[in-house]
Design a protein around this ligand. Structure first.
Ligand code: NAI
Length: 327
């Protein structure tokens, strides 16, 4: 049987953690033949550490055959030791009266510390996924704080936006969501993201022709996907957790095990593709193979799409500017 791999998860006692850990331990993320050791990080506060103990008791009670070990930590230098995968879920939420700049600064502190810890102690091949918001900028900060690790090992989660977009299109066309292929989500994980179905196919035919309604695209589809997180908070009184955990599983699964040519969306440090400046942590359509992702090349960007891409890029550059002095 395979040697266990180490999977670090931060914010492990939170909502997303509760929907995520059991699925990692059951083999849904890395395969039903891959044993895992969970290295869980929470803040030192007694309440969080106690909650983490409770989650660990439940993980034990599942008797997962693939779960080769569980560790609880309050220090990233221990939680990230030799880790092969790091899912950075824990972040500082926006409190009452907190400005966006305060939120960025509070998270910059967390993600510089965690980036440095990864740089110091993680596996040199660690695959990092940042879920905690603002996810793209937090991933950018962690990457910049880890100069000894390959920059392409840092990614941000756009997969929830991708899955939301696929589901809306399937609903519109009255087909199963698995029939939708070649979707792209460009930019920031925020309402400015640009979900782009111009290249998408449904059972081998263009989605764009099947929908043939630019008004629906601009005025229904994009706002629905962009504001989906807010709609869920409104309905549930809590932010999306199970769907976020599911997207994190999808992201890591596909990165590690390959997509067989299927397009998925990942937030990755730009290499300059599509005019996005190098290192901007940007949602791109990618395919993956052998643990590496490649940006889908050669897509034509029309004027409407360029406008949307410029807007989400400007937002990301504004976030990077706001934390520049902290890096
Ligand atoms: P939550 O508040 O239920 O849990 C967060 C947990 O992180 C808490 O237990 C907290 O103690 C812990 N935490 C905070 N700072 C930490 C640190 N420095 N180190 C370790 N742990 C820390 O929040 P929830 O619902 O689990 O969401 C987590 C994050 O994911 C939020 O930032 C949320 O905005 C984000 N999110 C991102 C999505 C995406 O698509 N990228 C989708 C949904 C949520």
């Amino acid at each position: 049987s395979k040697k266990p791999v180490r999977v670090a998860v931060t914010g492990a006692a939170g909502q997303i953690g509760y929907a995520l850990l059991f699925r990692i331990a059951s083999g849904e993320m890395l395969g039903k033949d891959q044993p895992v050791i969970l290295q869980l990080l929470e803040i030192p506060a007694e309440k969080a550490q106690n909650a983490l103990k409770g989650v660990i008791m439940e993980l034990e009670d599942c008797a997962f055959p693939l779960l080769a070990g569980i560790e609880a930590h309050s220090d990233p230098m221990q939680a990230f030791k030799d880790t092969d995968y790091a899912l950075l879920v824990g972040a500082r939420p926006r409190g009452p009266g907190m400005e966006r700049a305060d939120l960025l600064a509070a998270n910059a502190q967390i993600f510089t510390a965690q980036g440095k810890a990864l740089n110091a102690v993680a596996s040199r091949n660690v695959k990092v996924l940042v879920v905690g918001n603002p996810a793209n900028t937090n991933a950018y900060i962690a990457m910049k704080s880890a100069p000894d690790l390959p920059r392409e090992n840092f990614t941000a989660m756009l997969r929830l936006d991708h899955n939301r977009a696929a589901s809306q299109i399937a609903h519109k066309l009255g087909v199963p969501v698995g029939d939708i292929e070649k979707l792209a989500v460009w930019g920031n994980h925020s309402p400015t993201m640009y979900a782009d179905y111009r290249f998408a196919q449904v059972n081998g035919k263009p989605v764009k022709d099947a929908i043939n309604d630019q008004d629906w695209n601009a005025n229904v589809f994009l706002p629905t996907v962009g504001k989906r997180g807010a709609a869920i908070i409104e309905a549930r009184g809590l932010s999306s957790a199970a769907s976020a955990a599911n997207a994190a599983i999808d992201h890591m699964h596909d990165w590690a095990l390959g997509t067989n040519g299927k397009w998925v969306t990942m937030g990755i440090p730009s290499n300059g593709d599509y005019g996005i400046p190098k290192d901007v942590m940007f949602g791109f359509p990618v395919t993956t193979e052998g643990g590496k992702y490649s940006v889908v090349q050669g897509l034509e960007i029309d004027a409407f799409s360029q406008g949307r891409i410029d807007k989400t890029l400007a937002e990301l550059q504004g976030e990077a500017d706001a934390v520049k002095h902290l890096l």
